[in-house]
Every structure is written in structure tokens, then in C-alpha cells.
Design a protein around this ligand. Structure first.
Ligand code: HEM
Length: 494
């Protein structure tokens, strides 16, 4: 009992010291007259009372109206600088790319990655792993077949699975997850799974639960009050899920090592293990198991739910906007007939391509971006931002910027079409962010989105489920913004 009291007392003292240190740090930052302005703070919580913790990106948009495109905010113990609007975000991430290219310390991501891999690693480790991942994704053709061939093949399997659901009222989220999950397992492990396969289903469950938890109010609190790590909470569930994923991957590495053949690299894991062997004996090598585990875990997490959610948004928008769905299908029928779509077909299909861009813009699935940090003391737009400051380059503020998009809150494919109906690129189209840390899976994701969406639209028409008076196409709470579970009804077109 006395042990319990003394550990509670220690914890309270630690909390008090941590709080005082933080007050001191914040006061110093506030004394810095040139730090970006922000709302007055309350003790302990800072500005958390101003944030809708279920949709924080919206609250930041509101605050930008009052404090400008570069402002500061205190989230619990964490002081952040928020960048809002296309011009400001582009100026930071593209024109001052190096200054804003680091990541801050975020407790939940440290728990998951421990500084290894790509998205939350730093300095030289990040550079090496990012370069290796990008070049491996770009170069290796998975045996004799390219990634595009794999996507085309998977789209046919998806169509078959959808056939089983035709004429029913269904929520399709998990089906799209399996499809994008199979693309990632093809790349990382060298093979796909059947749709009912329990291993793949379990892997996707772990990924999805983590994505949901990481964006939940409880993990947000954990990130802003890191001492909560000593208490029970959802962060333990996230770690448990990661441990299960790692156990699966480690067994897979052993199998890959046994069958490793330099002349027949079947997967990302093979490519990495070969590189690891080449570097054997180099004490400074970055190619070790911790980096491999973290990188593959990222490909599973960042590379499946993001693309699957976007396809899910796509079919819901099509059900909601029947005229746009009809025009898309008319173009697909005219250009492709019943031939399977290939990525290069997008050039001949400006309307469909514009619709896909508008889906990504309005769905806005990573609204707050991943957090960035300043590499050095930086002067930006007349403000002093010290080295290591946590920076939020808001993507929602770019994708919904009314100086860039005529009707930012409306589903309007014409945002990406000129007066002759030709596709126009917009530099404010930034769902994958921009600059040094931009998404390394964007080429893959764009290919998947085009091929899966076009194939689905070629074969099926979507409608709100009958008997549902209020067809809601709205965001759920999560780290990436998935649509809320919503049944659709669909019919076969051929
Ligand atoms: C529709 C799909 C996707 C969207 C909207 C998306 C969006 C993003 C965004 C906004 C970032 C943060 C960039 C920044 O910090 O400035 C990011 C980073 C990242 N994404 Fe994606 N992503 C998608 C798919 C993928 C896929 C398929 C993969 C892998 C196969 C992937 C791997 C990564 C990685 C590794 C990073 C970290 C990059 C770094 O820190 O250097 N993403 N993504």
C-alpha cells in the first residue's frame, strides 16, 4: 500500500515539475516578441478548450481567420505553429523546404517507430530509408510484372468480390481495404491473399484500428500530455497492435532470408535483405532489422487505409451525385468500352481524371498533414520560429482555399477542367503534401485510384441504400479521414 502511495506521490511531483518546466518554456517563447501570434492560453490545457478534438483541423481554420496564416497555439504541453492557406504552406514546404523538413517528437509515433523507418525518423537515417524506399518502389518490377500489372489484376479480383454484393445494401469499406492491402503485400511480401484469408483480414484490422485510435481524442491527449504514458489508455492498445504486426513480419523475414536469391528479388523485403547483406561488416550501416520492421509497418499503415478510404469516398460521392457518376461512366464507355483501364488512359479521360482529383480534394483525408518541425532557427514571413518548433502545415486549408478553388466546399470536378473540358493541373492540389517530406507512395496511390475507380465505375452504378432517408457522406474520427460507415446499393452495368 505504502509503495502505491509513494509511487503516486512521485508521479504527481514529476507531473508538477513537467508542468512548471513547460510554463517556463512557453513564457520564454511568448517573450520572444517575434514568435507568431496566437490566442491567450489557460494553465495546463493551453488552448485545448478552443479545439474541437473530434475535428481539430476545422478549429485551426477558424483560428487562422482571427490570427492570420502563420499563428501559434498551445495544445496541452506542446506549442505549435500552424501554417494556413496555399500561399503560406507552399512557401514553407516548397520555397523553404529544407528549413521545415524535420519531424517533431510525437509520443505515439515514437512508440510505434522508435525513430526508425521513414515518416518519423530524423536526419541521415530518414534520408537513407526514404531514398531506398522510393527507389525500390520505383524500380523493381516484382519479377516479370510491374506494379501496374498487379493493380490491374487486383482490380479484377475486386470486381468479382463486388459481384457477390450486387443488389444488396452494403458498407464497402473493408472490401477496399483488402484490395489495397493486397497491393502492399504484393510489393512487400511478394504475393497477394484471397479476400477471405484470415491473415490478411487480421493485418488490415490491426492497421485500421491503429489509424482510428491514433486520431482519437484519447491519443491526442496522450500526445499533448506525454506523462500519460505511465497510465493505462489507448496508447497501450496501439503498441499491442504494432507488436502483433511485428511478430508476423519477423516470421516473414526469416522465411524470406531462407529463400533469398539475388537474381530473383520477389519483394521489397528481398531487396532490403540483399542490401543488408551488402552492408554486412559496416558498423555505420542503416540497413538493420529495426529499420526494415519500421519501414514495412509504414507501408502497411500509410499505404493501405489511405488509398482504401479514398476509394470508399469515391463510391459514396458517386452515389450522392448521380449526374457526375453518369458523365464519368459515359466517358469511360466512350474511351475504354469494356477494355480494362490502364494508367496511361487517364490522359484520354479528362473528366474522370478531374473527378478523381475532386474526390481527393474534398475528402481531404490527411487534413492536418503529418507534423513538421524546423531544422534550424528560421525567419518565416517576418516571424522568428526557433529550431525544433512543432509546425502544422494544414492541408485542409490548402485544399479548401477559396483563393484557389471556386467552390471549395462543393463537389465540383470543374475545379480541374478548363473551358474546353481539358484536365488542368492545380498546384494547390496537395493531398500528398509537398516538399522534402511529401508522400513517397503518391505515384502508387494515384495509379491505384485511377485503375480501381475506373474499373468499378465501368462495371457498377452506385445509389444511396434504399430506405435510408438521410444519405450521409461525412467524415469519421481518425488519423486519416475515412467516411462514416454508410451502406450503398449498387447494380451491375453489364
Ligand atoms: C491516397 C493515398 C495517400 C495520401 C492522401 C497520402 C498522404 C500523405 C501525406 C499528407 C503525407 C505527409 C507529408 C508531409 O509530411 O509533408 C504522407 C507521407 C508519407 N506517405 Fe503517404 N499518402 C497516401 C498513400 C501512401 C502510400 C500508398 C504509401 C506507401 C506505399 C505512403 C507512404 C508514405 C510515407 C512513407 C510518408 C512519409 C514520408 C516522409 O516522412 O519522408 N502513402 N502521405
Amino acid at each position: 500500500m505504502s509503495l502505491m502511495y509513494s509511487s503516486t506521490a512521485c508521479l504527481l511531483i514529476a507531473l508538477a515539475i513537467f508542468y512548471l518546466l513547460n510554463v517556463l518554456k512557453t513564457r520564454t517563447q511568448n517573450k520572444n516578441k517575434n514568435f507568431p501570434p496566437g490566442p491567450p492560453t489557460l494553465p495546463v490545457i493551453g488552448n485545448l478548450h478552443l479545439i474541437d478534438i473530434k475535428r481539430p483541423s476545422r478549429s485551426l481554420l477558424e483560428l487562422a481567420k482571427k490570427y492570420g496564416s502563420v499563428f501559434s497555439i498551445q495544445m496541452g504541453s506542446v506549442k505549435m505553429v500552424v501554417l494556413s492557406g496555399y500561399e503560406t504552406v507552399k512557401s514553407a514546404l516548397v520555397d523553404n523546404a529544407e528549413d521545415f523538413s524535420e519531424r517533431p517528437f510525437v509520443p505515439i509515433f515514437e512508440d510505434i517507430n522508435q525513430g526508425w523507418g521513414v515518416p518519423f525518423s530524423h536526419g541521415e537515417n530518414w534520408k537513407q530509408m526514404r531514398r531506398f524506399t522510393l527507389s525500390t518502389l520505383r524500380d523493381f518490377g516484382m519479377g516479370k510484372r510491374t506494379i501496374e500489372d498487379k493493380i490491374i489484376e487486383e482490380s479484377s479480383f475486386l470486381i468479382k468480390e463486388l459481384k457477390l454484393e450486387t443488389g444488396k445494401s452494403t458498407d464497402l469499406g473493408s472490401l477496399f481495404n483488402i484490395a489495397t492491402g493486397n497491393i502492399i503485400t504484393s510489393i512487400t511480401l511478394g504475393h497477394r491473399f484471397e479476400y477471405q484469408n484470415p491473415t490478411l483480414r487480421r493485418l488490415m484490422e490491426l492497421v485500421n484500428e491503429n489509424m482510428r485510435l491514433i486520431g482519437s481524442p484519447s491519443i491526442m491527449r496522450y500526445n499533448f500530455f506525454p506523462l500519460l504514458r505511465y497510465f493505462p489508455g489507448d496508447h497501450l492498445k496501439v503498441k499491442q497492435n504494432i507488436a502483433e504486426l511485428h511478430t508476423f513480419l519477423q516470421k516473414t523475414f526469416v522465411q524470406h532470408l531462407k529463400e533469398l536469391d539475388r537474381d530473383d528479388q520477389r519483394s521489397f523485403i528481398d531487396a532490403y535483405l540483399i542490401k543488408q547483406k551488402e552492408e554486412e561488416g559496416n558498423p555505420n550501416s542503416y540497413y538493420h532489422e529495426a529499420n526494415l520492421l519500421s519501414t514495412i509497418t509504414t507501408l502497411f499503415t500509410a499505404g493501405t487505409e489511405t488509398t482504401a478510404s479514398t476509394i470508399h469516398w469515391a463510391v459514396l460521392y458517386m452515389a450522392k451525385y448521380p449526374d457526375i457518376q453518369k458523365r464519368t461512366q459515359e466517358e469511360i464507355d466512350r474511351v475504354l468500352g469494356s477494355s480494362p483501364p490502364q494508367y496511361e488512359d487517364r490522359m484520354k479521360m479528362p473528366y474522370t481524371y478531374a473527378v478523381i482529383h475532386e474526390i481527393q480534394r474534398l475528402a481531404n483525408i490527411v487534413p492536418m498533414n503529418l507534423p513538421h518541425a524546423t531544422v534550424r532557427d528560421t525567419v518565416f514571413k517576418g516571424y522568428d520560429i526557433p529550431k525544433g518548433t512543432y509546425v502544422v502545415p494544414s492541408l485542409e486549408s490548402v485544399l479548401y482555399d477559396e483563393t484557389q478553388f471556386l467552390k471549395p466546399n462543393t463537389f465540383y470536378p470543374e475545379h480541374f477542367l478548363d473551358s474546353d473540358g481539358q484536365f488542368v493541373k492545380k498546384s494547390a492540389f496537395m493531398p500528398f503534401s509537398a516538399g522534402r517530406r511529401d508522400c513517397i507512395g503518391q505515384t502508387l496511390a494515384k495509379m491505384e485510384l485511377f485503375i480501381f475507380f475506373t474499373k468499378i465505375m465501368q462495371r457498377y452504378s452506385f445509389y444511396p441504400a434504399p430506405g435510408v432517408p438521410d444519405f450521409k457522406v461525412e467524415p469519421a474520427v481518425g488519423f486519416t479521414v475515412r467516411p462514416i460507415a454508410q451502406n450503398v446499393y449498387f447494380t451491375s452495368r453489364i
